[in-house]
Design a binder for this molecule. Structure first.
Ligand SMILES: O=c1ccn([C@@H]2O[C@H](COP(=O)(O)OP(=O)(O)O[C@H]3O[C@@H](CO)[C@H](O)[C@H]3O)[C@@H](O)[C@H]2O)c(=O)[nH]1
Ligand SMILES: [Mn+2]
Length: 351
């Protein structure tokens, strides 16, 4: 398969994938990614003060959206896009017109595998998304579609075709994506373990989706990839990707889509301030004990066959069941409904 790691061949899905980057800083990190990112269109979502100029290295094909653009394009619906929070990145998903999206944080760099080879994260995510998942029966030799692996004895042949892959969740060397209590008690812990595996998250199991190094099939699951209304003015922060991951997973389970996690790794260079993070996420740590049982209880009518139908239904269940736990969730449910309206308005063919 042609790949960006071999520049002589044309990059995989060059015209079918957008790279979405949320940022408040200069994007010098793109220099490190140039061999892998340059062929692709970048959607940069600038958070914070729209008057601030951010430096973007020459030679990249990109569009830059700031808060003024979000307000202009979405009008009153712009309230659904967070301010001063990495969840603003989902505006990039809304504006993309491509089949695939890869989102990465601006403090994540190219990692190397144990042989010292630079990891082309885009290529690995694309491989993950283009090959089926195995959500219905766990393959103990991990990804059966990978060279050198296969289905093990006892794996039902009726399931070996696998399921369409909607999400590819990559990992991070160096600074792991820990919550603030964990980071406070283990400030020097670094992830040095490179695990050479890609797993499908089994149907019926939720997982922690980090937005740092994440790719997805926008046509399959894009409308559900709403990173919520968190950040400034909201009582909870740093749960945007977790929330999106739980919504996405219950809908993927209903639709029969797969979610993969594992390779590729990126090098996460910067630990955000655990004390500031604790202030943002402590309510989430408390409420997630209510959120998880809620998501485990979510069911959709059998006749619901579109993401829009499922997501609208989910926003109603959030309003009804979690709205009782805290008024924040009633507001979040309203933002979910606003998001899906914006999605349908900007992507009419997606219905
Ligand atoms: O107000 C903000 C803060 C940050 N960003 C951009 O979002 C990403 C992530 O920011 P950062 O690397 O500083 O924070 P982390 O704690 O490492 O991020 C991880 O925690 C999750 C919870 O927010 C997040 O999904 C993970 O990525 C960078 O690109 C910042 O520039 C922002 O746009 N606005
Ligand atoms: Mn970071």
């Amino acid at each position: 398969m042609p790949s960006p790691s071999n520049p002589a061949t044309s990059p995989v899905l060059k015209d079918d994938l957008d790279i979405v980057i949320p940022t408040m800083r200069d994007l010098d990190f793109l220099e490190k990614w140039r061999p892998f990112f340059q062929p692709y269109h970048l959607i940069i979502v600038q958070d914070g003060d729209p008057a601030k100029k951010i430096n973007i290295p020459e030679g990249f094909d990109y569009v830059l959206y700031n808060r003024n653009d979000i307000n202009r394009i979405l009008g009153p619906k712009s309230v659904s896009i967070s301010f001063r929070d990495s969840s603003c990145r989902c505006f990039g998903y809304l504006m993309s017109k491509k089949k695939y999206v890869y989102t990465i944080d601006d403090d994540c760099f190219v990692a190397s595998d144990p042989s010292g080879q630079k990891i082309n994260a885009v290529e690995q995510h694309i491989n993950n998304l283009l090959s089926p998942s195995t959500p219905f029966f766990f393959n103990t030799l991990y990804d059966p579609y990978r060279d050198g692996a296969d289905f093990v004895r006892g794996y039902p042949f009726s399931l070996r075709e696998g399921a369409p892959t909607a999400v590819s969740h990559g990992l991070w060397l160096n600074i792991p994506d820990y919550d603030s209590p964990t980071r406070l008690v283990k400030p020097h812990e670094r992830n040095t373990r490179y695990v050479d595996a890609v797993l499908t998250v089994p149907k019926g199991s939720l997982f922690s989706m980090s937005g740092m190094n994440l790719a997805f099939n926008r046509e399959l699951i894009g409308p559900a990839m709403y990173f919520g209304s968190f950040g400034e003015g909201q009582s909870i922060g740093r749960y945007e990707d977790m929330w999106a991951g739980w919504c996405v997973k219950v809908i993927c389970d209903h639709m029969g889509y797969g979610v993969k996690t594992g390779l590729p790794y990126v090098w996460h260079s910067k630990a955000s301030n655990p004390f500031a993070n604790l202030k943002n996420e402590y309510q989430g740590i408390y409420f997630q004990e209510e959120m998880i049982p809620f998501f485990e209880s979510v069911r959709f009518p059998k006749e619901y066959t579109t993401i829009e139908q499922c997501y609208t239904e989910l926003s109603k269940q959030v309003h009804e069941k979690l709205g009782k736990v805290d008024p924040y969730y009633a507001k979040l449910a309203d933002s979910m409904a606003t998001w899906i309206e914006a999605w349908v308005e900007l992507n009419p063919t997606s219905i």
